[in-house]
Design a binder for this molecule. Structure first.
Ligand SMILES: Cc1ncc(COP(=O)(O)O)c(C=O)c1O
Length: 435
């Protein structure tokens, strides 16, 4: 019996270690091998033609598919409870490919406005140049979300936990609204990972990931993935590109050929092939190593973050702390529904003394690293208003929940006492300099 055939009945930790891997029959290698190859030898001319027309499954060229990446893709799909996945070169590539598989010039997308700054820029600028209009709405204003959808809309997009506002997406209601209008709900699950939240359980249709963060977990590699639930009815009339017969598919449609994998097949066969944002097998292998310890790491991330949040909450130099798992947080009730195991390891706090105090704090940390990243095993810190979200106009920053006194922490796996001691010494430098 192969691992792949039985893994759907396994629990999370077992899938994280075994999902998607069939032991290589030639070498019997226990670890997933790195298939560092560009291309694959075809059996004969007819076989090559059948592969190119999606009549047969097999490898052609590593821009489209690679056996190491396949293990990662299957493992991610199983962990999310989806039908298939496509691993790509970055989280940004995953978002770009997923949404452009749904929308083309003239179409529209509705997105919640509390998003990672890079995604906001991608939507507001680059998608506009592609001819795709993105409407930004407050994800907690469900009437506004619904009002922004029209006959040109091809997707509703949100992040499970908005960056850096930490707004928790109300996926049950967002998916209900999306489905009422015949469009899929696309969810960025980077901040939560399938260990903390499974968006498909709440009605989402497509998930995107920046693997760069918690799934890689060690700050070594950039990568992304698209996962499909396999449940969206592409034949509902809004998505003719899935049902039209294509000459290059031997006069079949993606839906006919790939059935519940139609979305992933279209993403891989068209934009994956044409844009070439492919994931290197070596990086894929590193993400597989990351997945193997995901739950252990996330549990420690969460317990450390709670300790740091509680410490900051009682500190006299701290104006406010935003971590949805804290009992007095306005999103605490929502966090119990969507994130009962904890609201991840990103928290923000407002430092007394505003922008200048925030800069001094960041210049004074010693253990925490000042970097533009989250989800590393090491603790990280940044000032979103002047970095990740600095391309946003002041009013756009406010809408995204970005303020001058706000500091974002990505709490790592060090001893929590050492993280807190570093924050304490940096706050004491602020006290001496500004008060
Ligand atoms: C929530 C979220 N989605 C997507 C991305 C983009 O991912 P990548 O840097 O892998 O392109 C990021 C990056 O910070 C992110 O925080």
């Amino acid at each position: 019996m192969t691992t792949e055939k039985i893994s759907r009945s396994f629990n999370f930790d077992t899938i994280a270690l075994h999902g998607g891997q069939d032991i290589d029959p030639t070498t019997r290698s226990r670890a997933v091998p790195i298939y560092q190859t560009t291309s694959y030898v075809f059996d004969d001319a007819d076989y090559a033609n059948e592969l190119f027309q999606m009549q047969k499954e097999g490898y052609i060229y590593s821009r489209n598919a690679n056996p190491t990446n396949t293990v990662l893709e299957k493992r991610l799909a199983q962990l999310e409870g989806g039908s298939g996945a496509f691993a790509v070169s970055s989280g940004q590539a995953a978002i770009t490919i997923a949404l452009n598989t749904l929308a083309k010039a003239g179409d529209e997308i509705v997105a919640t406005n509390a998003l990672y700054g890079g995604t906001y820029n991608l939507f507001a600028n680059t998608f506009q140049r592609f001819g795709i209009k993105v409407h930004f709405v407050d994800g907690h204003d469900l009437d506004a979300v619904e009002a922004a959808i029209n006959e040109k809309t091809k997707a509703l997009f949100t992040e499970t936990i908005g960056n850096p506002s930490l707004q928790i997406a109300d996926l049950k209601n967002l998916s209900r609204i999306a489905h009422k209008h015949g469009i899929p709900l696309v969810v960025d699950n980077t901040f939560t990972t399938p260990y903390l939240e499974k968006p498909f359980d709440f009605g989402a249709d497509i998930i995107v990931h920046s693997l760069t963060k918690f799934i890689g977990g060690h700050g070594t590699s950039i990568g992304g993935a698209i996962v499909d639930s396999g449940r969206f009815p592409w034949n509902n009339g809004r998505f003719p590109e899935f049902t039209e017969k294509k000459p290059y598919l031997n006069h079949h449609s993606f839906l006919e050929l790939a059935k519940e994998n139609a979305f992933i097949a279209k993403a891989r066969f068209e934009l994956g092939h044409d844009l070439g944002a492919s994931l290197s097998p070596f990086n894929s292998w590193l993400f597989i190593q990351g997945l193997e310890s995901l739950s252990l790491r996330i549990e420690k991330h969460v317990s450390n973050t709670l300790k740091v949040a509680e410490y900051l909450s009682q500190h006299e130099q701290v104006e406010w702390v935003n971590y949805p798992s804290l009992k007095d947080n306005p999103q605490f009730e929502l966090s119990k529904i969507y994130l009962p195991k904890g609201a991840g390891s990103i928290l923000t706090f407002g430092i007394k003394g505003g922008l200048e105090a925030a800069k001094t704090f960041i210049n004074s940390v010693k253990l925490l690293s000042h970097v533009a990243n989250v989800g590393d095993s090491k603790s990280l810190v940044i000032h979103p208003a002047t970095t990740t979200h600095s391309r946003l106009l002041p009013e756009e920053q406010l809408q995204a929940g970005v303020t001058p006194e706000q500091i974002r922490l990505s709490v790592g796996l060090e001893d929590a006492n050492d993280i807190i001691a570093d924050i304490e010494q940096a706050l004491s430098v602020v006290r001496t300099k500004h008060f």
